[in-house]
Every structure is written in C-alpha cells, then in structure tokens.
Write a protein that binds this ligand. Structure first.
Ligand SMILES: Cc1cc2nc3c(=O)[nH]c(=O)nc-3n(C[C@H](O)[C@H](O)[C@H](O)COP(=O)(O)O)c2cc1C
Length: 185
C-alpha cells in the first residue's frame, strides 16, 4: 500500500512530522506557496491570519497533484486563525481524494483547530498536534493515530486489530466492547 504525506510548513512543525512519517515509509511532498509571507512575526500573524480567515487558496510552486499511485493520503497543515493554511486550501481544491484513505495532521500553537476540523471532518480522520517541532512527545500521538487504523478506514482508538475483539468503548470505527470490529475483521 503506497502512502503519501503532502503538507505545508512555514516554521518547521510540518517538517518534523514529515521526518517522522518518512521513517514510517511515507513518501513526502511538501508544498511551497508563491505568496511571500512576511518574516516579521506581527505582520505574518496579520497577513497569514487574514488570508486563512477568508479562505484564500495560495498559488503553489510546481504543485504535483497526481496522487494516482497512492492508496493513502495524509495531509498536513499548520493552523492559522483556527483554520487550514492557505496553501493547503489549494491542495484540498486540487486533489481528487475520492477512493483514497485520507487523514489530516494539523499542527498548532495551542493544540486546537476547531474551524479547520469542521472543514475537513467529512473527508478523513483528524489529529491535532501541539508544536511537534518543540514537543517531540507530540509525535508519539502520531504512532497511535497512524498505526491503529481499522481497514474500515476510520481510526480505531482502542487498538483493536484485525481478527481481534474490541476491548474498549470509544472506538470511532463503530466497534464496541465485546463485539467484533465492524470492519469485519
Ligand atoms: C499566521 C499564523 C496564524 C496562526 N494561528 C494560530 C491559531 O489560530 N491557533 C493556534 O493554535 N496556533 C496558530 N498559529 C501557530 C501555528 O499553527 C503553529 O506554530 C504551527 O506549529 C506552525 O506550523 P509550521 O511550523 O509547520 O509552519 C499561527 C501561526 C501563524 C504563522
């Protein structure tokens, strides 16, 4: 099964996630915005926040939207103004995700991403990491998120695996305590 992590990063959190996923066998595609974001922190917050707030889709440099060789697509975005970043708005518009196993990794300052999650919740599972460049423990959450997936394509938090019975109550895939996972395994 071929897996691709496609992501944007301005200050390094996304790159830390990419390094982690590369080691797990993911191909990596980083998108580059044509928009020149200011280096000055205040100006960056203003212009980045504004552009994310009005859902701008940044033009991208040499964007390759061919994902036909991949079964699983993981999309990574920093959270700007509680939203998906403008380069990833473009990615979401340009990729044909139908038939793919899709999930999202958001990285944010506070570990929250309400509006971004609302935007993509019907497309795939979501995990939100708090500054993974700074807090390496955040990457451990990824291990659980990425590796305990049922083949029903939803995240199984309980860790039930193919052929085994679920032993907890909070499995998002719909399997319940004492019952066989609905993914049919
Ligand atoms: C323009 C801008 C807006 C941001 N808005 C938020 C926000 O609304 N909530 C939050 O928790 N973090 C916010 N952050 C922090 C980033 O989401 C966080 O630092 C993230 O890890 C950056 O990812 P990157 O290093 O891959 O670019 C913002 C950062 C920038 C530059």
């Amino acid at each position: 099964m071929k897996k691709l992590f496609i992501y944007y990063s301005l200050t390094g959190s996304g790159d830390a996630v990419a390094d982690y996923l590369r080691d797990k066998g993911y191909d990596i595609r980083k998108v580059i915005s044509k928009h020149k974001y200011p280096k000055n922190f205040g100006l960056l917050m203003f212009s980045g926040g504004f552009r994310a707030g009005i859902n701008i889709k940044d033009k991208l440099i040499d964007f390759n939207n061919d994902i036909s060789n991949y079964d699983e697509i993981v999309i990574g975005s920093p959270i700007w103004f509680d939203r998906v970043s403008p380069p990833i708005n473009t990615v979401l518009e340009e990729l044909d995700l139908s038939g793919k196993k899709v999930s999202f990794i958001f990285y944010s300052g506070g570990g929250e991403a309400n509006k971004a999650s609302e935007k993509v919740k019907d497309i795939g599972d979501i995990i939100i990491l708090k500054e993974p460049k700074k807090y390496k423990d955040e990457l451990k959450k990824l291990e659980v998120f990425m590796e305990k997936k049922c083949s029903c394509k939803k995240t199984c938090k309980c860790g039930c695996q193919e052929g085994k019975k679920c032993t907890c109550k909070d499995c998002k895939c719909g399997c319940h305590e004492g019952k066989k996972c609905k993914c049919g395994k």
